[in-house]
Design a protein. Structure first.
Length: 425
């Protein structure tokens, strides 16, 4: 029952889609286990670029089953749009399976999300405004609408009447219960051939020794429990979230692959100890093309933070790491890695649990030599310059986790393996 979980080890945007696509070649099934269309995974295959927001990154392999698990929140219009775009390119989308236990994002959720963010003003979190938070809020408040509900019209209307009863009149004026029901029913008819009991499906595949790859969205430091709260997402992008969001037990998981950039980025508000608000930060942004797949927003950039990464390793129980965008550092004479935080005159290697302490933490930086030569043509460990090898070796030394995969460009072929992942599982 080989199972591999891919998790973001930073604040999201680490290149999880690319690593999922790389490992999906050896998998039978790819499962997206949390988040919604606030995620953006970009994959480059040859001259074609694909941008996924909901559909699992394994969809580009014609023989793979792809699953949206129960932990995902689904905007039906966005999902149908993605399916239609893939079909135009000749990709068979019948392989997509959707959990009947996943929750819908309603049009009212999007309106509520945007209004709440606008009210916060300068204190805004930086949400994408796509209704993710309000959908999860209704879920935990036990009044959400699940993907399987339109198959039961009376139940659907009961849920929607209760939903709109608590909304402002100017919201329900445009979206009364009847109109939302019509939208969901129409979407359900379009999607119903994909809708199944996904925990049963996934466990049956594992029981038959199928290889399952679990794909997360966002990153560990945005986890609703373990991230820089309240500047977090509304779900659990961690390895534990993979179990809850797909319906499998933790003993099913063999490998936890953390994905991290060779430097750090963050989108939206929240603390970022190694952020560079200078020419170096701007150079990282421009060379790394650090603009959001989903929002287009410029990402904040800084040096690699091994304090935050060590925390992510421990929270997830990571067994391996993938380092992406190593090639972005080709342009720098000198690099720096954060190996500790200075707080109240003392140095700690532990990531603080309270937002205020993360905000005032001063990074302790170790300088390292750059390599000033291209790594984009590297296709094996031995192809890397000695300084790049030393950089990765320092990461492994501090984190005590092996770097199994290295990515040096956007293309599918620009990723190489140092350690076998699927073999022997």
């Amino acid at each position: 029952m080989p199972a591999v979980v891919i998790v973001g080890a930073q604040w999201g945007d680490e290149g999880k889609g690319k690593i999922t696509d790389y490992l999906a070649e050896g998998a039978d099934t790819v499962v997206r286990y949390q988040g919604g269309n606030n995620a953006g995974h970009t994959i480059v295959v040859g001259k074609s670029t694909y941008k996924f927001h909901l559909i699992p990154s394994g969809m580009l392999y014609s023989e793979k089953t792809c699953v949206l698990g129960n932990g995902v929140v689904i905007d039906p219009e966005q999902l149908i749009s993605e399916l239609d775009e893939l079909q135009k390119t000749g990709i068979d989308t019948s392989r997509l399976k959707i959990s009947d236990q996943a929750h819908f994002i309603l049009p009212t959720h999007k309106l509520l999300d945007q209004r709440a963010e606008a009210r916060k003003g300068a204190a805004k979190i930086g949400t994408t405004g796509r209704g993710i938070g309000p959908s999860y809020r209704d879920k935990v408040d036990r009044r959400g609408v699940r993907v399987g509900d339109p198959a039961h019209p009376d139940r659907l209307m009961q849920l929607l009447v209760e939903h709109v009863a608590e909304l402002p009149d100017d919201v329900t004026k445009d979206w009364p219960a009847e109109r939302i029901a019509e939208l969901l029913t129409k979407s359900y008819q379009r999607l119903k051939t994909h809708i199944v009991n996904t925990p049963t499906l996934i466990n049956d595949i594992l029981d038959d020794s199928g290889r399952v790859l679990f794909e997360g969205a966002q990153g560990t430091l945005l986890d609703v429990d373990h991230g820089t709260y309240p500047f977090v997402t509304s779900s659990s992008p961690t390895a534990g979230g993979a179990c809850i969001g797909s319906g499998v037990g933790p003993t099913r998981l063999n490998v936890v692959m953390g994905v991290a950039k060779a430097y750090s980025t963050r989108v939206g508000s929240g603390p970022f100890p190694t952020e560079l608000n200078d020419a170096t930060g701007e150079k990282l942004r421009q060379v790394g093309h650090e603009f959001g797949t989903t929002t287009g927003r410029a990402r904040r950039c800084g040096w690699l933070d091994l304090v935050a990464l060590r925390y992510a390793v421990r929270i997830n129980g990571m067994t391996h790491l993938a380092i992406t965008k190593l090639d972005v550092l080709d342009a720098f004479d000198e690099l720096a890695i954060c190996t500790g935080y200075e707080l109240d005159g003392a140095v700690t290697r532990n990531f603080p649990s309270h937002l205020t302490d993360v905000e005032r933490a001063k990074p302790v930086l170790q300088k390292m030599a750059g390599w000033k030569t291209t790594t984009t043509t590297a296709r094996s460990w031995s192809d890397l310059p000695p300084q790049a090898i030393a950089y990765i070796a320092r990461i492994e030394e501090v984190l005590r986790v092996p770097v199994a995969l290295v990515s040096v460009g956007a293309e599918r072929t620009a990723t190489f393996s140092r350690l076998a992942i699927w073999e022997g599982l």
